[in-house]
Design a protein around this ligand. Structure first.
Ligand code: FAD
Ligand code: NAP
Length: 307
């Protein structure tokens, strides 16, 4: 196993109390027209700021929506993962992108519209945004990233960091190891950046692109297609990769997805991806999802960012 050394990163070059204003240069929808969800790819120009060339894919930036909350206080910042590669969007170190889903909820006959995501989604090129960051120092590609195999698990906008990571691996020099992207979303209309990933899979036999669409069909046993069920359904492809000594697992997206992935890894006896803290019950399904962290945590080979 090559040593897993994470790159040194600068944190909070602009802190939460000291954000910087930058213009939006792109903002376009990436969900299909018939989708009930709205996800947008948004790019900021950080030229002339200390952020230029300093943000690593896997890190996040803070966004400050204008206005006040119901208690009359300024809205708090929300974090958004960077989806451009280290060299910047379109190969320009001054451009950084993110992937934003409009959050909308109805509760007791009342509609709640998420503050920051809808603010961002409404912005036009030229509009100015206050940002801070970067934040995050673990959910990163290691140094010597090309010496590893990867299993990237994403649900929904959890795809954001992998877009840039896959660009880093496949668009900069020769990458010979194996990389599988396992993406989960409710409907086919919500598959994000699929044109890019399909193209990469066609061009690179060592890139494997798997989709788990949860609400259109069921597995043979009646359960939903989730990212973790791909570990079983595509075992022939994924198990040999997982068994390699130089493989790393990344998990990003919906809180709770990690529990299903941990259980599948343990079912296959792949304890090396986990740090087991407590004696496990014979049936792993006896562990309630919210208690999973009492039993196990990610090991040095597993990277996780779920919210
Ligand atoms: C490290 C990190 C990275 C992230 N990266 C991304 C990313 O790349 N892309 C992305 O889209 N998101 C990302 N997120 C999530 C993001 O930070 C926001 O939490 C998300 O966009 C919602 O923020 P908001 O301001 O739009 O919603 P908020 O205003 O914070 O509301 C949150 C939710 O609650 C609902 N709501 C609001 N008020 C009420 C109420 N009174 N009763 C019931 N429901 C209510 C809203 O409709 C909404 O669904 C990330 C989070 C973290 C921690
Ligand atoms: N860096 C980060 O930390 C980061 C970055 C980006 C996004 N996020 C977070 O990621 C989440 C993405 O949400 P989204 O609305 O974009 O996703 P989404 O499009 O709704 O997709 C989520 C998918 O996951 C499935 N799912 C539900 N429970 C699951 C479980 N226990 N295990 C595996 N899959 C499960 C859903 O299936 P069903 O709904 O059909 O059951 C659905 O197919 C948000 O909470 C966001 O805050 C975090």
């Amino acid at each position: 196993m090559p040593e897993i050394t994470l790159p040194e990163v600068e944190l909070n070059i602009y802190g939460p109390k000291d954000p910087v204003e930058v213009p939006v240069v792109e903002n376009y929808i990436i969900t299909k027209e018939s989708s009930p969800n709205f996800v947008r790819h948004i790019t900021f120009d950080v030229s002339g700021t200390e952020l230029e060339g300093k943000i690593k894919v896997g890190q996040s930036v803070g966004i400050f929506p204008p206005g006040k909350n119901e208690r009359g206080r300024d809205y708090k910042l929300r974090l958004y993962s960077v989806s451009s590669p280290n060299g910047g969007e379109h190969g320009k170190p001054n451009l950084i992108s993110t992937t934003v889903k409009r959050t909308i909820e109805e509760l007791d006959n009342k509609l709640y519209i998420g503050v920051a995501s809808n603010y961002l989604a409404d912005l036009q090129p030229g509009d100015m945004v206050k940002i801070s960051g970067p934040s995050g120092k673990r959910f990163l590609l290691p140094e010597k990233e090309k010496e590893f195999n990867y299993l990237f698990f994403a649900t929904g906008t959890g795809i954001a960091p992998y877009r840039g990571m896959i660009m880093e691996l496949f668009e900069k020099g020769d990458y010979q190891n194996e990389c599988a992207l396992i993406f989960g979303c409710p409907y086919r209309t919500d598959v994000l950046y699929s044109d890019y990933f399909e193209k990469m899979a066609q061009e690179h036999s060592n890139f494997h692109y798997l989709k788990s669409i949860s609400r259109e069909s069921r597995r043979k046993d009646g359960s939903k297609h989730y990212v973790q069920t791909k570990i079983k359904d595509e075992e022939e492809l994924l198990l040999p990769i997982l068994k390699k000594k130089n493989t790393l697992v990344y998990i990003c997206g919906l809180k709770g997805m990690e529990a299903g992935i941990y259980k599948e890894l343990l079912r296959l006896g792949l304890d090396e991806y986990l740090d087991i803290r407590k004696k496990l019950p014979d049936d792993l399904n006896d562990i309630p999802r919210n208690d999973i962290k009492k039993f196990m945590k990610p090991s040095a080979r597993t990277f996780e960012e779920v919210y």
